[in-house]
Design a protein around this ligand. Structure first.
Ligand code: SAM
Length: 371
């Protein structure tokens, strides 16, 4: 197998050369290294540098890049696992070259996570993490990180697949990226609360074709109950842009107060905050000291995440403008008009034309059309 040295962050490791087009789907390549996930890994290295757990499990290592970087760039003791013996051998060779406190294991991740506990557990599978979430909830002492790349099922483009994996009903709305993140978060929360523990989302975002969660686990029943209270539904009108939140069991769907069309439930999903401003601030403060290939992307992302209003959906104001046959003003003008009207309004990282606000739909329409 031909290998080439690759440098990410401050870490140089060897990755097998991927023969473009030889393996389809991409995940079927023998040992998978995807440069496009550098922003995902950089975010985690930065997060770990800020919270510094006592140990960290990279449950699905492939080349081991994630765990190797955590060990080398944060000094945290890591365990890197992969079910594939050839991947484990590559990880071992890389770990020996890099040095540091790195344990390499070759097990089914569910078996490993069912028998050992780690301060921080990281799931980074091909596609859906759903089959691994239960064991990861039992294994993670304080932190749990989850990647999902099955955005089509999560966001509502593949409805049945989403329902089978996450036992939730997505919908392909203009805020579908956020639906995907919140359905995944709601699923992880439900898997955790059955063990009488809660979750606190600290750093969660969607980018290109993945959703990434960094969560703190919370011990005790009261925290599980608090997480339970944050799981509910977004009731979306299929006739216009109106939506509302609903918690508890759904007895009836109801009717849109704007246009009279029936509301359709999206969920169950996580309705609470998805980021912790203090954690994001700590990450922003550390960013200049780190060597990260996607530092400029993270430098733009973190302040936007910190500013985002904790609403469960956003509006794409260009789409609203289109239905109003109005030419959309610049986003800052719309945000300013909403704020002048006494409402809260911010951008969102999901979409350049997305706005988060507590304003009713009529006030948003007025902010788009009024001079
Ligand atoms: N974390 C890696 C990175 O950042 O480059 C990528 C991991 S790759 C997407 C998924 C890996 O999971 C593959 O190497 C595969 O062999 C491994 N895998 C698949 N099923 C597994 C299982 N049940 N237990 C452990 N590893 C598994």
């Amino acid at each position: 197998m031909e290998r080439l040295p690759v440098t990410e962050g401050k870490t140089t490791f060897f990755a097998p050369v991927q023969d473009e087009g030889a393996a389809f789907p991409p995940g079927s390549a023998p040992i998978f290294y995807n440069r496009k996930m550098e922003a995902n890994r950089d975010g985690t290295v930065l997060f770990l540098a800020a919270v510094h757990p006592s140990d960290y499990l990279d449950a699905m290592g492939a080349t081991g890049v994630r765990g190797l970087r955590v060990a080398h760039e944060t000094g945290i003791a890591v365990t890197i696992n992969d079910i594939d013996p050839s991947a484990a051998a590559e990880i071992r060779a890389n770990a020996e070259r890099i040095g540091g406190a790195i344990e390499v294991t070759c097990q089914d991740a569910n078996a490993l996570m069912s028998t050992r506990r780690f301060d921080a557990v990281d799931l980074d599978p091909f596609g859906t993490p759903a089959p691994f979430v239960d064991a990861s909830c039992r294994s993670a002492k304080r932190y749990l990180f989850v990647t999902a790349t099955d955005t089509a099922p999560l966001c509502g483009a593949h409805l049945k697949a989403g329902m089978r994996r996450y036992f939730a009903r997505p919908m392909n709305t203009e805020y579908h990226g956020e639906v995907g993140l919140r359905i995944l978060l709601g699923f992880v929360a439900r898997e955790m609360i059955k063990y009488d523990r809660g979750i606190e989302p600290l750093f969660c975002f969607a980018h290109e074709h993945f959703v990434r969660l960094h969560l703190r686990t919370r011990p005790r029943v009261k925290n599980a109950d608090q997480a339970l209270d944050r799981i509910g539904y977004v009731m979306q009108c299929t006739g216009c842009f109106y939506r509302e939140e609903r918690t508890g069991l759904l007895s009836e769907s109801g009717v849109c107060p704007c246009c009279g069309t029936a509301l359709r439930p999206i969920g169950p999903l996580w309705l609470g905050a998805v980021n912790d401003p203090d954690t994001l601030l700590a990450m922003e403060a550390l960013l200049p000291e780190m060597t990260l290939g996607t530092a400029s992307y993270l430098g733009r992302l973190l302040p936007v995440l910190r500013d985002e209003l904790p609403t469960s959906t956003f509006y794409d104001y260009h789409r609203i403008a289109k239905t109003l046959r109005a030419s959309p003003p610049a986003i800052d003008i719309v945000l300013e008009r909403l704020r002048c009207g006494g409402y809260l309004a911010t951008r969102t990282h999901y979409e350049g034309t997305g706005i988060r606000t507590d304003a009713p739909l009529a006030a948003i329409e007025a902010a788009i059309t009024d001079p």
